[in-house]
Design a protein around this ligand. Structure first.
Ligand code: FES
Length: 352
């Protein structure tokens, strides 16, 4: 209800609302609600040609958005990542980044601009008074909300103005494709790279501290030694991933204290080689408790019993540490007898 509907002499006595009494604010009634101002019709409300012009403008903006999204995808496919262009005043910048930024910006901006223009010029702009009501929605209120929603849909003319509706759906359907295309930047699938490491039969175990091949006598009971395969230079960045994947923990345990039969068979006289990569989320394990033979991951405290096949005895890791089968070559050095027989680290999706 607006103040226009109330005779002026009745204003002070007008009904109370949740906001205060409807009427003119004065000393007696400082919070009086003056009501809504008279509604002013827009040119589009009274001139169908102006409404048509607005409709075409909105459709044009949505169409531009569609074209910009297509341009975004085309740029992503066609422009080499290393192509550089000169743009004043920015200087030399990547052509791909420039094209993606400009096209995505236009696509999003024109959808927003189209929606705003549609709302400002064509959707109903009748002022409404919405009285306060209890927060809990009653069935009647829910019914009213649905009725209002349907009324709003009707007044937005989405059914009647098919050009706007179709171009809007087209723009909204295409714009998410930009995100799908960007998934390509996640790189190629790992395929079976996670299943294999740099270990193979005959590769020597190299002490990561001394960078020397190891003999069984170098491994003292109770100590924890880290090793990597021969042929990987830690100073060569190209090998860093390979070194990380293949990193080993070497411990020596009295054979009669090794509970797991396979772990004993894969050891050399009680020298056991396990992957150093935690099977939870891949932290390097670095703590070893010699009395209990427990290895502890510092990240989330997963604990592995190295005397029992490196089974998890505590913490969030869901899988024992993979063991590398080792032996000794003719020259007395410790060597691998093959690769790990399962993926190292938290590569659960690779385990069959
Ligand atoms: S990464 Fe080792 S416990 Fe989480």
């Amino acid at each position: 209800m607006s103040s226009q509907d109330i005779p002026e002499e009745n204003l002070p006595a007008a009904q109370d609302t949740a906001h205060g009494a409807l009427g003119v604010a004065d000393e007696k009634n400082p919070f009086a609600d003056p009501g809504l101002p008279p509604h002013e019709h827009r040119v589009q409300d009274i001139d169908e040609r102006a409404a048509k012009r607005s409709e075409r403008t909105v459709a044009l903006l949505f169409t531009v958005s569609m074209l910009a999204t297509i341009g975004f995808i085309a740029s992503f496919v066609a422009i080499p990542i290393d192509k550089v262009v000169y743009v004043f005043p920015l200087g030399h910048i990547g052509a791909l980044n420039l094209a993606l930024g400009v096209t995505l910006g236009i696509a999003l901006f024109t959808i927003g601009a189209g929606a705003v223009h549609w709302g400002r010029t064509l959707m109903s702009d009748e002022e409404l008074t919405d009285e306060r009501h209890p927060i809990e929605a009653s069935p009647e209120v829910r019914t009213k909300v649905m009725d209002d929603f349907r009324q709003g849909a009707k007044e937005s003319a989405i059914g009647r103005r098919k050009l706007i509706r179709n171009t809007m759906f087209g723009a909204l359907t295409l714009v998410p494709l930009s995100g799908v295309v960007l998934l390509r930047d996640l790189g190629p699938l790992p395929e079976d790279k996670l299943r294999h490491t740099a270990w193979s039969r005959g590769k020597l175990l190299i002490n990561q501290n001394t960078n020397e091949p190891m003999r069984p006598s170098d491994i003292i009971t109770g100590s924890l030694t880290f090793a990597q395969p021969e042929g990987l230079d830690p100073h060569d960045h190209g090998f860093n991933n390979e070194i990380a994947k293949a990193a080993l923990m070497i411990v020596r345990i009295q054979p009669d204290e090794i509970k797991d039969k396979r772990a004993l068979e894969w050891s050399h006289e009680g020298i056991l080689a396990y992957s150093k990569i935690c099977t939870h989320v891949g932290c390097p394990i670095s703590l070893y408790e010699q009395q209990t033979h427990h290895a502890l991951c510092p990240c989330h405290q997963s604990t592995f019993d190295l005397s029992d096949g490196a089974k998890v005895i505590f913490g969030p890791a869901g899988h024992a540490l993979p063991q590398l089968r080792i032996g000794v070559n003719d020259e007395g050095y410790l060597e691998a007898l093959g690769d790990f027989d399962e993926p190292v680290g938290p590569a659960f999706w690779e385990r069959g």
